[in-house]
Design a protein around this ligand. Structure first.
Ligand code: IPM
Ligand code: MG
Length: 381
C-alpha cells in the first residue's frame, strides 16, 4: 500500500469537510417553517417498542399543532441492523433520503456491529448520522438535584478519533494507525454553542476538558480555540481540566457541584458522559441531543437490548430515556412549555409518586402503561 497516497486522501477529505463547515448557513429557524417534520426512527431491538410510546406522548402534547398541520410526524422505516448489514451501509441510501426530508428526528437505539459478531462490520448508524447530517453538538444534560449536580455536556460530535474512526491503516501485522482530527472551525462551533447555552441559561462557568499536556497538537488546538471563543463571553468564567483528573473529580462530592457546562472533544465526551449519567441512574435514564445547523436528532443513549426482544419482553422495556429525548426535541423546536410539563411528569412518574414501576419483565409495567401514566399525570398538572 502507498501510505503517503492514502494519507493524502484522508487529508483531502478533511480539508473538504472544513471548507463545508466554513460555508454552512446559520441555524434553521423553526418559527419560520410552515410545518415542522418530525421523523421517527424506531431502530433495532426494543427501539420500535419504546420509540412508539414516546411518539404517542409527543402527539398528545402537540395535538393542537398536529390539527393545524404545524407539526407532522413521519415514520422512517428500514434503519435496522438486518437492512443495514444487507446493503452493507451504515445507513441505507433510501433511508437517508427520507431522513433528509425531515427537520428533526427522534431515534431509537441502533445496533453497532462489533468485529467478529454475526453482522457485517458496518459503521455505527449513530456515528454515520452525526456525520451525514453534520450534527456537531452532542448535548447531554445530567441532573441530580439532591446531590447538587446540574451539568450540561457539550460533546463535539463529528471530529476527533471519530472522524476517521473506520479509516485507520494496518501497516503490517505489527502496526496499526488511527487518526485524530481536530479543526479550528469544528471547535469554534461547539465552543460557541456551549458558551451561548451558558449565557442564555444563567450559567457563569464553562469547563474545557482535554489532554492537551500530552496530545499537544490536536487537543492543544481544541483548548486554544475554546480560550479564544471565551474572550467573547467575559461574563462567563472558563477553566480547563485534563480528562484523567476530570474523571476523578466527578466523584469528588464537593468539587463536582462547581461544574456547570463542559466542552469536550468527541471521545472524552463519550466516556465522561457515561460516567456522569451513572449518578442519575445510568445511561438508561439519560437523553441525548445531536444538534446541527440544519438538522437535529434526539436519541436514547442505551443499547437495543436484542435479548429482550428474543424473549418477547420488548413491551416491558423502559421508554424513559427516549421520552426524555422527546422532551429535548420539544424544547429545541420551541415548545418549551410542553417540554417542561413532560419533564415534570417524568419526575413524578419515575421518582416522587411512582405508582407503577418498570422492571423489564412481566412483573412490572409495560412501556404503554408507563406512557399512559405519564399522559394522565400531564393532564393533572
Ligand atoms: C454514544 C454511543 C456511540 C458513540 C456508539 C454507539 C457508537 O456510545 O452515543 O455515546 O460512541 O458515540
Ligand atoms: Mg457512548
Amino acid at each position: 500500500m502507498d501510505y503517503s497516497q492514502k494519507f493524502h486522501e484522508l487529508v483531502q477529505s478533511q480539508l473538504e469537510r472544513v471548507k463545508k463547515i466554513k460555508e454552512e448557513k446559520d441555524f434553521i429557524d423553526y418559527q419560520n417553517l410552515d410545518t415542522i417534520i418530525i421523523g421517527i426512527i424506531g431502530g433495532d431491538g426494543i427501539g420500535p417498542a419504546i420509540t412508539s410510546q414516546a411518539q404517542r406522548i409527543l402527539e398528545f402534547l402537540l395535538k393542537k399543532e398536529l390539527q393545524l398541520e404545524k407539526i407532522e410526524f413521519r415514520t422512517i422505516r428500514g434503519c435496522t441492523i438486518e437492512n443495514r448489514a444487507r446493503v452493507n451501509k451504515a445507513i441505507p441510501e433510501d433511508v437517508l433520503n427520507e431522513i433528509k426530508k425531515c427537520h428533526v428526528l427522534l431515534k431509537g437505539p441502533t445496533t453497532t456491529p462489533r468485529k467478529g459478531d454475526k453482522w457485517a462490520n458496518v459503521e455505527s448508524a449513530n456515528v454515520a448520522m452525526r456525520k451525514e447530517l453534520d450534527l456537531f453538538a452532542n448535548v447531554r444534560p445530567v441532573k441530580v438535584p439532591e446531590l447538587g449536580i446540574d451539568w450540561t455536556f457539550f460533546r463535539e460530535n463529528t471530529e476527533d478519533l471519530y472522524a476517521l474512526g473506520s479509516q485507520g491503516i494496518n501497516i503490517d501485522d505489527d502496526i496499526a494507525f488511527d487518526f485524530k482530527v481536530i479543526t479550528t472551525p469544528g471547535t469554534q462551533r461547539i465552543a460557541q454553542a456551549a458558551f451561548e447555552y451558558a449565557k442564555n441559561n444563567g450559567k457563569n462557568k464553562v469547563t474545557v476538558v482535554t489532554k492537551a499536556n500530552v496530545v499537544k497538537t490536536t487537543d492543544g488546538k481544541f483548548l486554544d480555540t475554546c480560550k479564544k471563543i471565551a474572550l467573547d463571553y467575559p461574563e462567563i468564567e472558563m477553566d480547563d481540566w485534563y480528562i484523567d483528573i476530570m474523571t476523578a473529580k466527578l466523584i469528588d462530592e464537593k468539587r463536582r457541584r462547581e461544574f456547570q457546562v463542559m466542552i469536550l472533544p468527541n471521545l472524552y465526551g463519550d466516556i465522561l458522559t457515561d460516567e456522569a449519567a451513572e449518578f442519575q441512574g445510568g445511561v438508561g435514564t439519560a437523553g441525548s441531543a445531536n444538534i446541527g445547523k440544519r438538522y437535529a436528532m434526539f436519541e436514547a443513549i442505551h443499547g437495543s437490548a436484542p435479548r429482550m426482544v428474543e424473549e418477547g419482553r420488548d413491551i416491558y422495556a423502559d421508554p424513559s430515556s427516549i421520552i426524555r429525548a422527546g422532551a429535548m426535541l420539544l424544547n429545541h423546536i420551541g415548545y418549551s412549555q410542553q417540554a417542561e410539563k413532560l419533564l415534570k411528569a417524568l419526575e413524578i412518574c419515575s421518582v416522587s409518586e411512582r405508582k407503577i414501576a418498570i422492571t423489564g419483565r412481566s412483573d412490572g409495567a409495560t412501556g404503554k402503561e408507563f406512557a399512559d401514566y405519564i399522559m394522565d399525570t400531564i393532564k393533572k398538572l
